[in-house]
Design a protein around this ligand. Structure first.
Ligand SMILES: Cc1cc2nc3c(=O)[nH]c(=O)nc-3n(C[C@H](O)[C@H](O)[C@H](O)COP(=O)(O)O)c2cc1C
Length: 375
């Protein structure tokens, strides 16, 4: 199957897989799609280790990296990660931290071991913390794509990526964001509908995709938010997509490194079991609905801070519920980003079989559509 972006990247099928797991990135790229590793939760040292591992296992296949640099945020002028984190902590009311602490304690999640509390709490979700991550990836021969969430990536990052022959794109949930990405000289746009996992806008995929395709033509658009089978992929391609951008599809795969309790919560989640909430990062993001999201979204409780401050508020909960995923009612206060398409994903499969399945279903659906035409 061929689209221009496949040709530019040297991939066989236009299936792009966002994941925080290096094994998923490698397996998707080796199966003919393109794996994209999310940098946001790693420190630069950890990210280097992940990328070294990918380079050692991926053979000749290309892969991508993904940053999260919001367009506008508190502390944007600060480029020193340590000073930025200190400054952000000073803006957070004690009431918010106490509310978060009590929620986690009420659900019987153990405290972090002392050595773990030394780690910076601010993830790579600011320019100051994302730039060092980007610098670990850029210049690696197989690292061919950069994506950014929550805004147009800063010009210095775009320029350096281009000098290193990477294609640069960014996610959007509205036409006006797509146009801003186009005007900044990006090579492709990722249009993600409101049903998608993680940060997303309000507009549904079927409405958003063709609007973005038309607004930025001839720039290639990868369409995401709700693609988990070949019929959904065909819908995206029929609306002018150059490929599909998927995230939820990979949270339950065999190669995923999620703790078993988290995989189980994903497999049990229905399409109506997710919610778009600001309670984890400060920006609206779709996650499994649970006691944490309900508590922060309730009218009389503290309102979540903006990004990146809410990342700091939720940091302790995120880390404890990951480290002790199966303890107490940890999943009730755990952050599990996921899209509505999770409701149709009920069993574990390998990355390679997911790619093959999508392509087979795509061909069947295409034949069905063609058969509807008169001879
Ligand atoms: C577990 C998970 C984590 C995510 N984290 C990020 C992230 O760090 N950066 C990013 O650009 N997108 C992130 N996303 C969103 C994906 O890039 C993508 O837009 C979305 O998953 C597409 O919709 P789908 O979930 O319906 O496939 C995440 C999605 C999931 C499911």
């Amino acid at each position: 199957m061929y689209t221009n972006i496949c040709d530019q990247l040297g991939i066989d099928v236009p299936i792009f897989a966002f994941s925080h797991c290096r094994d998923v990135v490698v397996e998707v790229s080796k199966a003919g799609g393109l794996g994209v590793l999310g940098a946001g939760w790693f420190t630069p040292d950890e990210f280097r280790v992940e990328l070294d591992w990918i380079d050692a296992h991926i053979g000749d296949a290309p892969y991508g990296i993904d940053l999260v640099i919001p367009q506008k945020y508190e502390g944007m002028d600060e480029t020193d990660p340590v000073k930025l984190e200190k400054r952000l902590w000073e803006t957070i009311p004690a009431e918010h931290l106490e509310f978060a602490r009590k929620l986690v304690a009420d659900h019987k999640v153990p405290e972090l071991p002392a050595e773990e509390t030394e780690r910076p709490a601010l993830p790579g979700a600011t320019y100051a913390t994302a730039l060092p991550l980007f610098l670990e990836g850029v210049g690696r021969p197989n690292c061919k794509l950069l994506a950014n969430a929550l805004g147009t990536p800063p010009a210095d990052i775009v320029d350096l990526a281009h000098e290193n022959h990477m294609l640069v794109g960014a996610l959007c949930g509205k036409v006006k964001q797509a146009i801003a990405h186009r005007d900044a000289g990006l090579d492709f746009i990722i249009a993600v509908g409101g049903e998608g996992g993680g940060h997303c806008g309000e507009i549904g995929s079927v409405v958003l995709w063709p609007q973005v395709v038309d607004a930025v033509a001839p720039i290639p658009v990868l369409c995401g938010g709700g693609v988990g089978n070949g019929r959904q992929m065909l819908a995206a391609m029929a609306m002018g997509a150059a490929g599909v951008w998927t995230g939820t599809l990979w949270v339950t795969v065999e190669e995923s490194a999620e703790p078993p309790a988290i995989t189980e919560s994903y497999l049990n989640c229905t399409s109506e079991g997710t919610v778009r909430t600001r309670s984890w990062t400060g920006k609206p993001g779709r996650v499994i609905r649970n006691a944490w999201s309900d508590a922060w979204d309730a009218k009389d409780n503290p309102e979540p801070m903006g990004a990146p401050q809410q990342f700091l508020v939720s940091n302790d909960a995120m880390r404890r519920t990951l480290m002790y995923a199966g303890a107490g009612d940890a999943q009730q206060v755990a952050m599990s980003p996921v899209g509505q398409v999770i409701g149709q994903i009920n069993e574990v499969e390998s990355c390679r079989s997911a790619i093959h399945r999508l392509m087979e279903e795509y061909i069947d659906a295409l034949e069905r559509v063609n058969s509807l035409m008169p001879e």
